[in-house]
Design a protein around this ligand. Sequence first.
Ligand code: ARG
Length: 477
Amino acid sequence: MLNIDNKMKKSSLDKQKNNKIWGGRFSTSPSELMEEFNSSIQFDQILYIEDIEGSLAHSEMLSKQNIISKKEFLSIKSGLEQIKKEISNKEFNFSTKLEDIHMNIENRLVEIIGDTGKKLHTARSRNDQVATDIKLWLRKKIDEIELSLKNLQRTLIEKSEIYHDLFMPGYTHLQVGQPVTFGHHLLAYVEMFGRDRGRLLDCRKRMNELPLGSAALAGTSYPIDRNFVAEKLGFSKPTENSMDAVADRDFAIEFMSASSLIAIHLSRLAEELVIWSSDRFNFVKLPENFTTGSSIMPQKRNPDAAELIRAKPGRIFGNLLSLMTVLKGLPMTYGKDMQEDKEPIIDTAKNIKLCILNMEGMIGNIEPIPEKMMEALQTGFPTATDLADYLVKNLKIPFREAHHLTGKIVLLAETKMTPLENLTLENIQSVVPNADLKILEILKIKNSISSRISYGGTAPKNVLKAVKNAKKRFLEG
Ligand code: ARG
């Protein structure tokens, strides 16, 4: 956190009654209560790089269009560069009296370069300025988050390749369903994160239009060049409607919805890690450096990182709902309500990235315990579907009847307390008299898994193909 209102700055500002930037038509200064309530500098100072970037492009355009002189632009530029250094060196005194990052910087510019600094705000308003700043900031965050998702996919794909033939139970209703491979299970998440990346990029594309130049809400009478500024700041084009440009934050809502889906996907994987690493399952050992000990129970190693990822959707959905509620029913155009956008946006970007990085850390050094996975496959009769399919394919029994007969065989195994693959031919023939020896092969886990060769299925050779494919689809380019 940077210094706010340090003594020196406070005394110089206290001397003057009204706000330097907009105080002209006021005879009294705002109440202290109002000042604290109204200011956003505590959280919008994070936008200083983008605010300065925007001001540099804006002032260069003003000079190119002869709205200010070249000399004035160069002076503004050097002042802004000094301010950037002051802030990054934590030598800048932020003031709540100056409300937000925009006015703190502008005020300091005038202190440094004098009256020329007062020309910076020509042909713009804080309304188009703040929308531009957030878009610039969020664009960077989206790029970082998208890249961290790609890295997580890479780690998952590497593990899928290594464990393409490690058998484990596949679950429905958290009951053993059919055998799958650990690699296939991990690749399921690679697909989810692939769609998540797509959603982030879609949202980035739609938001990448420049608001600056829309001014307060109606545009401006100065002969500005918005295309020049758009190009300078890496936007695809200027926004089409000045009122829309200052009034909407749909791009932030899209980002937060995309983040909510990422959080949902991560929380499911996190919950699986919690289950898998529990002492009842014991399917995996999580890397020690992503777990913690208990202050009282010496034997414990708790999956805290996974649990936090499981919990973070709470705040991430909350942030989304909070901004949706702020915007709902807000009349055109800007309202101070919109200052409430920043904390949820910033919090979401920070936390979703942390979740992705921690998940990658855990997956990177996860150690599966094959014996435990195999042990779990000995219960729950996971090859029952294979048995029913065998009856259909080889003995021409209609599926519904085959399902019924298989149920009887499962019951038999259950009474004998043995896995299906340990039944004898005689056992099976007591239910299906014309079953032959081939049926015993069908009941083996290995054969069940390697028979799942349909496109997208779990057979190890499919998984290897899917790994290759995933590398091409998600990691190249
Ligand atoms: N701090 C304000 C915000 O975050 C900046 C825009 C202020 N505009 C205004 N007309 N009061 O929204």
